[in-house]
Design a protein around this ligand. Sequence first.
Ligand code: ATP
Length: 882
Amino acid sequence: MAELETSGDGGASDPDAPRTRREVTGLSSAEAAERLAAQGPNRLPTAPPPPWWRSLLAQMTHFFAVMLWIAGVLAFVAGLPQLGVAIYVVIVVNGVFAFLQEHRAERAAERLRELLPRDVTVVRDGEPVTVPADDLVVDDLVLLEAGDRISADLVASEAHALRVDTSTLTGESVPEAIEAGDRLSAGCFVVEGEARAVVVAVGADTRLAGIAALARSRSRPPSPLARELHRLVITIARIAVGVGVAFFGLALLLGTAPSDGFLFAVGVTVALVPEGLLPTVTLSLAIGAQRMAARKALVRRLESVETLGSTTFICTDKTGTLTRNEMEVRVVWTPTGTTRLAGGGYGPVADLVDGSVARAGAQQVAQVARACSTGRAVEVDGVWRAQGDPMEAAIDALSRRLADGTEPVDGVVRRRFPFDPRRRRMSVVVDGRLLLKGAPETVLDRCRPPGPGVDAPAEVVEQLTAEGLRVLAVATRDAQAIGPDDDADRAERDLTLLGLLAFEDPPRSDVHDSLGECRRAGIKVAMITGDHPATAHAIAVETGLALPGAPVLDGSDLPDDDTELGELLDTDGIVVARVSPEDKLRIARALQERGHVVAMTGDGVNDGPALQQADIGVAMGESGTDVARESADLVLLDDHFATIVAAVEQGRATFTNVRRFLTYHLTDNVAELTPFVVWALSAGRIPLALGVLQILALDIGTDLLPALALGAEPPSDRVLDRAPHSGHLLNRRVLVRVFGVLGPAEAVIEMAAFAAVLLVGGWRPGHEVPTDWPVLLAASGAAFSAVVLGQLANMAACRSSFVPVWRLRWRGANRLLGIAAVTSLAALAASLFVPWLADLLGQAPPPPVGWAVALLAVPAVWLADSVHKRARRGRAARLVAT
Ligand code: ATP
């Protein structure tokens, strides 16, 4: 960031060129407020959303809906108008339901986008302040640094080694070098250097506004989860149609009238098609995303909620994520002696612990380091805080402490070589001297050897880093020999080392617990940091991240071969220090090749590719750059490691919920299909227990709400007690549970209730009965009731895949479950006791024997479920024991 205090006669591209007052002090707050009121916020005009009816129509014209429309037409053609109407009712009810769910999900996603921080630094009243990007007005003076997103069209008044990524506008992937006087467009990113620039256009007047209008018409490709769900749904639909056709053939073979055969075929198909699945998944993800946001984890794409749940490896950085990012200089080393300071936050007073002899040297080191810093310690409401980079603010605080309260004076910056994470240093030219600070390894080699009798600085660095302190070297040289065309590499040579600064940045208090949770959850954690290996290791030990025997690697020692790299890194508690952004990218890829689902944090300007490569790119909301945030899937609003773990927990809960309602949905299908199978296998000797209309009523009457309720279940306490789940929603376990346990239990009672009523009513196998025989209608009512009650029991059972229903906690549980249960029971009562509805569905209230058997569906489902859960728990325990 450009030096603000440069006097009116100076600029850094051409420091002596005259500048207007506005280019020095910016607008006044009053002027800015006036302009904002007149101009309106700096926002891109948004296209009006598509009209609601079009979205609703889309829900009724997708693949399944089209299948159902065709089935409806066929029903009319076959002379079954009631069925045709019923199918259309299903399409409409499902469509409206899906539309409402999608609408809610979209609203949730929109609200999440609004939470994403988007701030800019501007000069107002001569002081740098951070304001929301929406508040930028024409003539505002903006300060830019590497990693910033450009939020309005600007003209650079000063540029230091500025390079801008314009790919969003031009598609050009090579960053463009920008000089003073050049224009910068909104939507681009600063990838290198620093600048001051004046706003020339905002909102709808920017170049981006025109292009964004074009981009909006392009649709986004579907996410992996959406693709997997689509595949799942298509597979089920194919099976449904296949089974339907097979039934039609079978019915004809058995001598059934073609229209009845057709009725069966449609029934089977409709029974199996999972119409409500996709919107329920979307809504479930949106609920997950909202819950994450409440815990300060902001997902930028809904599907990331699910991916987060399958995370197996977290690569976290150190500063700010594991530590508090509250820096303080505790030691200043100079060739003449060491000064130690007591803590004092960012305030201007702190006691010297020892080293008063070295104070003058320490003061010089602090002043030089401050001259090439822009972060400052500022007093707000009586409290001293960091503004800008906390490490640089700590340097500012130090220089005040050592200067006994005298205000530091800033020289005119003639030249600036901004920080970049590959060089790991930065410098400025002030008053004929180059002043530099940076990572000791990259500075000491460039310094002249120290005089005799002085401790070797490298050894001092080793001691200080071993204490967990972050160390910076501070050096200088005469600037006369630096040519105007010399780059940083040539300018930053032949240095004289002035001293070392050692910063303390304490670990966050709850990181220890969060790391414990990761381990419990079977997730490996690695520290991937730009800092010194010894500092990194000390912090890793202090937080409990480092496990005994886990290695500490240096970025420069990483093997070139990706497979070897993956093997080396696949260790819990490993520390990789001094990594470059390129290393991060390779690390993510190497771990993914070993089958890991990788979450990787990054906040720097060059971390974009690594964040995109990782399955979950995690950026910092408070301290990170805009570039990192734009590439990330997850933004931590509080920059906190514990928040990643909270997000993983919610991700797992959401995945589990999707599985829960999938299990629920499919179980119903088994119960709906069974009457047809029994009818076919008995060659028609046992009448159909459920008609197609009853099946449709089950699908829309009893399935929708409980599935929704299951999708909104909160995370269980044990969600982090298990190993991460593998990627497939529909795995063997779910299939066994549906087709081997829950489905059969429900179906057996359904058929038993049906048979009991028939037998008590005098029917014997093989008897031909008319479809309107009252006993048959009552038997069908009993079967229907058994399925509804069984599904209610199933809803409770699906709340957990481990814990039996009676051990589940019900107090304070998800209220939607209760609502769903009451609604289902009310729908059941209506379908039996409202005469016209019962007639339409082809059923009647069952006699006491029918009720007695139907009610058994509840204990039967719970019993089967708990036996299965017990067996699973036993198997899991045996696995652990071996
Ligand atoms: P982490 O990845 O854990 O957040 P980091 O913040 O230390 O680590 P970088 O910001 O890439 O990673 O910094 C790498 C090194 O560069 C630091 O250890 C420090 O030595 C040096 N450095 C960082 N910031 C500055 C700065 N403003 N001026 C000079 N040197 C710096």
